[in-house]
Design a protein around this ligand. Structure first.
Ligand SMILES: Nc1nc2c(ncn2[C@@H]2O[C@H](COP(=O)(O)OP(=O)(O)O)[C@@H](O)[C@H]2O)c(=O)[nH]1
Ligand SMILES: Nc1ncnc2c1ncn2[C@@H]1O[C@H](COP(=O)(O)OP(=O)(O)O)[C@@H](O)[C@H]1O
Length: 181
């Protein structure tokens, strides 16, 4: 069975987006009601929109799935995922555990769930480096244990240890033949 969607899942600042960029597949851009971080671009990192817009899309049946995460609403639009079920080329997406379950239900084995793990201390240091304040870091790490435990639902787990970016890149590149990419 050919993989059509690589789903990155893992705790905050575990390195999901970094590994996704290293893999270099077309990305499905999801929606969020949270504010952009410094350097994040609308339509590139996320579609940034007010919560009401996301709720309207959800009520109109335009969302495949939505998820509440740390006080914000996230969601994958049906339009963005269109074609994936028909095998219109290999793509990637970053989702939490509930979103990953929806991807699995929709695509079965054509979704490859890739868990990204890093230690709590590594995630904390990266959040600090990303400019988060103490309250934001505490909120982000509150779900750490649960998010690590949820990686048991993944097909494969990559450890994104500090200083291991190069190695992570190699691991991700090693996936390419497996994916037919
Ligand atoms: N279910 C679902 N989760 C999403 C979606 N977009 C992003 N996420 C998840 O939302 C969580 C928060 O993402 P973000 O605010 O970018 O924080 P980060 O994980 O600290 O970079 C992460 O676990 C993402 O995987 C989506 O459309 N649906
Ligand atoms: N293996 C790694 N070693 C060191 N720093 C990393 C590693 N992976 C990611 N980072 C850094 O950690 C921060 C969070 O990574 P990111 O990929 O945005 O995490 P996520 O998408 O899981 O929230 C970024 O500043 C990134 O450059």
């Amino acid at each position: 069975m050919n993989v059509s969607l690589v789903v990155f899942q893992g705790p905050s600042a575990s390195g999901k987006s970094t590994l996704q960029a290293l893999l270099g597949l077309p990305r499905i851009v999801t929606w969020t009601s949270r504010a952009p971080r410094a350097g994040e671009l609308d339509g590139v990192d996320y579609h940034f929109a007010p919560r009401q817009t996301l709720e309207r899309m959800k009520d109109a049946g335009d969302m495949l799935e939505t998820s509440e995460y740390r006080g914000h609403l996230y969601g994958t639009s049906l339009a963005s995922i269109e074609g994936t079920a028909r095998g219109a080329g290999l793509r990637s997406i970053v989702l939490d555990a509930s979103g990953a379950r929806v991807a699995r239900a929709l695509l079965g084995e054509r979704a490859l769930l890739l868990g990204v793990a890093a230690s709590r201390a590594e995630c904390e240091a990266r959040l600090l480096a990303r400019g988060s304040d103490a309250a934001q870091i505490a909120a982000r790490l509150a779900g750490y244990d649960e998010e690590i435990a949820a990686l048991s639902g993944c097909d494969l787990i990559v450890r994104s240890g500090d200083g291991a970016l190069e190695r992570a890149g190699e691991i991700v590149q090693a996936l390419r033949p497996l994916l037919g990419a």
